[in-house]
Design a protein around this ligand. Sequence first.
Ligand code: ADP
Ligand code: GLC
Length: 483
Amino acid sequence: MSLSVSVLAVASEAYPAVKTGGLADVVGALPAALAAEGIDVRTLVPGYPQVRRALDETRVVRQFATLRGGPAQVLAARVAGARMFVLDAPHLFDRTGNPYVASDGKPWADNANRFAALAQAGATIAYEGAEDFRPQIVHAHDWQAGLIPAYVHFMPSPRPRSVMTVHNLAFQGLFPASVFASLGLPDDAFAIDGLEYYGDVGYLKAGIAFADRVTTVSPTYAAEIRTREGGMGLDGLLRKRSDVLVGIRNGIDDTVWDPARDFHLAARYDITSLDSRRENKAWLQKRLGLAVDDAALLFIVVSRLTEQKGSDLVLVALPTLLDRGAQLAVLGTGDPELEHRFKEAAQTNPRRVAVEIGFDESIAHQMQGGGDALLMPSRFEPCGLTQMIALRYGVVPVVGRVGGLADTIVDANEMALAAGAATGMQFAPVSFEMLESAIDRACQLWRDPVGWEHMQKHGMVTDVSWRAPARAYAALFRDLVSA
Ligand code: ADP
Ligand code: GLC
């Protein structure tokens, strides 16, 4: 048996306790996949109310008389079977609603303080351990945990090694320089090759600058972020850290996303019973108020409604889609202006366009179980999980050729179709015209039910699980502790 390694993961969300997007899916699923590789992961998350309600077998393992403005403690507990740590700091996390933004849609005013506290607690547990858990590595996810590699870097030896995973470079955790003094880091950390970003403090930048290894969530995104166009101002630093930067694509949890066992669906199915999808499609059309019509190609969108995801392009391409006789069902939340325009589109096109504004796990499953094609015209996409879920559910993804979308979908060009390898449609560059022509191609292929079913089946047997990526993380962790 190869060397077993202990890892403390730190993140601001983890499915099933708290989720706003793909980060939670990844943080929730990776520990079990890594356990199979001999890596023992425990995850530290903030004690939001929804997290505290989900805890079982809770014990206090570390107390802080004060942590950034109030008393706090770290709890060890089980959450849905997984062993986790929870930062119980009521002055920072005991508030209802979204983990990052207040009810007015603006970031919580004390986010700099909240996620500095998460990082301090994470660095402390990584350094001191808790009970019998002695992590050799601390794995920081996104800017909310970005200060950890900086804290760990300045701790006396022997210190744990650190890995920073970038899930999205667009969210950098930038705060005014005045925050720096409160962080307790040495003055020289506030430098251009440290956590200073054009005069501000960058939490993600801190992680990238000080981590022993930096990963991101797909090989193509790992290449894109080293360029000026894709680097969001951090490409210089990322190029500098090229020798420790690697892209490992995400997987999906195939126990959560399994059409054969999905209790959200009207009819469960697998590759041998694709016909049952018809029942799901009819059920979905009815539930959403669309015309129940098996012949109409039903496009779905399950997404944050933002510029990143190209949601505006979907709206512009809508007339073409409708002109070809297709339907559109959207589940999403995000930019209020886009939400409004989608709702208007649904009102203007009753029975052809349905829009659900909200975050609803159950409808997300039902859309994947009954939709025919997924629209994901992202302008950039670090990895994307929705298109991999679609593959597993026999939904044909129509995606922009960027980031993880480029790595996970095989475009239905003539060669791929002839070889029976196609799983979806890619288009580049990401523009309204190219999306429109991809929609056109999808509508043409839809008219060939045998060919369409081939694509569905090919998608369903594509390995989008965590097995291969977990092996890659395990190899990286082992390499790091033996370095
Ligand atoms: P991102 O993390 O950038 O939002 P991903 O594709 O990586 O995008 O992951 C999105 C995850 O969030 C998927 O599990 C998807 O099903 C889910 N999701 C997105 N929007 C919604 C929504 N409105 N309701 C329910 N689930 C959603
Ligand atoms: C981010 C990215 C998405 C990725 C997810 C999980 O939210 O936008 O592409 O799949 O993180 O890594």
